[in-house]
Every structure is written in structure tokens, then in C-alpha cells.
Write a protein that binds this ligand. Structure first.
Ligand code: NAD
Length: 261
């Protein structure tokens, strides 16, 4: 599906990793004609990403800690100064520590909630402030929001909260002409999942109906759809991009039946 975002400005957090979902989303929007701003905490990686994305169109990069309210306000100020308006904003930044819940320190717990959840709240407030002609707010949740995750329970809890918060935001922002939607990636091959995939690739793939892990590009087109006019009647809803992860109890069954497992 092709989209036309000519004349639109899109902001994306957590887009510094060139194999990451945020970077892929930024590239897609640029290819569909949008001007894009990206932000990340990792300044060095961010400037590398900005340089690569410039090949596709107008892009600006801001170094921001999305869990810091002043930094988030500053980013929105800069974006309005640089682009005039923000049509679509994507809260994509996140962290994924692999620690059993009862082994976590309070600091680790707080960091997950600050980066994955508080940032969504801070960015939503700014969106309502600046999107005075309406817009679209898109939040990154996770398949882990639907089903808890041993070894990353704080992450799963934060993403379940993002899922729930986005639904409330959909109702509260509707009178302002702002849709609030989100995406639920399954297992996507990025820097975030590198270690987990290296240690458990076979087990992870076995739970997926399509029998392959996802790519950042698989997520990017779904996000462009959510931002588009074609999704104008969607708010408070999420798209799952997981290749059919655990859509049945026994994903292997059909593959064995047709003799290709
Ligand atoms: N990869 C997956 O399988 C998967 C699955 C479900 C959900 N997600 C979600 O998708 C989003 C993108 O993940 P990804 O896989 O591309 O990971 P990634 O690690 O490539 O991207 C996350 C980015 O967020 C940035 N970041 C971290 N803390 C930040 C902060 N305080 N301020 C600003 N930026 C910060 C990181 O530097 C990184 O560039 C995340 O919200 C993640 O939880 C990913």
C-alpha cells in the first residue's frame, strides 16, 4: 500500500538505531513525502541516523531524554520552530531490561516506567498543546502487553499500561481532532532483541504462525497506515504485527500437517 504524506510533518522518538523500528518508520514516512524529525538519547547514533535519512528527504534530529519533561517540551518547541506544525507523533522510544521482577532494583523498575510509560504521557500532553488543527498520536506498545513475559515483567507491565493509556487518550483527545492509536510488535529483529534472539531464536520462531521473526520494515508500513487518512475512523485501537505469534496454542501443527515443518 502506498501513502501520500506530502506536506505533513512526522515526529518519532527512539529512532537512532539504524536497524530499529523508529528508523524504519522515519525512512518510510520520508519515502511517502513527509518531513520528519527524530529524537533519541544516543547522540552519536542519532547523528549517524540523521545523515543516512537525509538521503530520503527533509529530516532533523534532536537529542532528547523522553523521560524528562523539560527535554520533551523543548523538543516540541524546536519542532514547531523548524517545521511549523506536527501532524503525526510517534512515541516509539523504549528500553527492555532482562531481569526477573523480584531481582530488579527500584532504580531499574523506575527507569523502565519512566522511559516506556511516562514518556508517552509527556508526549501526549505536548501533542494536545501543539496539534491545534488535529493530528495523530501513535504509541509503541508490545505483544508483551497482551501476555506477561517471564524475564521482562516490568517491560510487559509498562507496555500494558501504554495500551490502556492510549485508549483513554483516544477518548480524551477526540474532541481536539487527535486520534490516538498504537502498535503491538511481536519479535522484531532490532538492537533491542539481539541478545534474546541470539540465545532463544528457535523457541521464539516456533511460537510464530508465519515461522519467521519480524523486520523493522514489517512494522513501519503498519504505522504509516495508522497515520494515514485510510485509518481516519480508527482511534483507541492497536495493530498487532507479530506474524501470528501465539494466535493458536499449537502454531507448529499446520506446518507439520502440510509436511514442511
Ligand atoms: N523489537 C521488538 O521485538 C519489539 C517488540 C515489541 C515492542 N517493541 C517496541 O518498539 C519500540 C522500538 O524498539 P526497537 O526494537 O526498535 O528498539 P531499539 O533499541 O532499536 O530502539 C529504541 C530506541 O529508544 C532509545 N531510547 C532509550 N531510552 C531513551 C530515552 N530515555 N530517551 C530517548 N530515547 C531513548 C534508544 O537509544 C533506542 O535508539 C520500543 O518501544 C519497543 O519496546 C519492540
Amino acid at each position: 500500500m502506498a501513502f501520500d504524506f506530502t506536506g505533513k510533518t512526522i515526529g518519532i522518538t527512539g529512532a537512532a538505531g539504524i536497524h530499529g523500528i523508529g528508523f524504519a518508520i522515519a525512512r518510510k514516512f520520508l519515502q511517502y513525502g513527509a518531513a520528519v524529525f527524530i529524537c533519541d538519547l544516543d547522540e552519536k547514533a542519532l547523528s549517524g541516523a540523521e545523515a543516512l535519512l537525509q538521503e530520503y528527504g527533509t529530516v532533523k534530529a534532536y537529542t532528547v531524554d523522553v523521560s524528562n519533561s523539560q527535554a520533551v517540551s523543548g523538543m516540541f518547541e524546536k519542532a514547531i520552530r523548524d517545521f511549523g506544525y506536527i501532524d503525526v507523533f510517534i512515541s516509539n522510544a523504549g528500553i527492555y531490561p532482562q531481569v526477573m521482577v523480584c531481582d530488579m532494583t527500584e532504580e531499574q523498575w523506575d527507569a523502565v516506567m519512566a522511559v516506556n510509560l511516562k514518556s508517552v504521557f509527556l508526549c501526549a500532553k505536548e501533542c494536545r498543546r501543539v496539534m491545534d488543527r488535529g493530528g495523530v498520536l501513535i504509541n509503541a506498545s508490545s505483544f508483551a502487553a497482551l501476555l506477561g513475559s517471564a524475564g521482562s515483567g516490568a517491560y510487559a507491565a509498562s507496555k500494558a499500561a501504554v495500551y490502556n493509556l492510549t485508549k483513554t487518550l483516544a477518548a480524551e483527545l477526540a474532541p481536539y481532532g487527535i486520534r490516538a492509536v498504537g502498535y503491538l510488535p511481536g519479535v522484531i529483529e532490532t538492537g533491542m532483541t539481539k541478545e534474546v534472539i541470539e540465545s532463544r531464536e528457535k523457541e521464539l520462531t516456533e511460537a510464530i504462525a508465519l515461522k519467521r521473526l519480524g523486520k523493522s520494515e514489517d512494522v513501519a508500513d503498519a504505522v504509516c497506515f495508522l497515520a494515514s487518512e485510510q485509518a481516519a475512523y480508527m482511534t483507541g485501537t492497536f495493530i498487532e504485527i507479530s506474524g501470528g505469534k501465539l494466535c493458536v496454542q499449537n502454531p507448529d501443527f499446520a506446518w507439520k500437517r502440510c509436511g514442511t515443518a
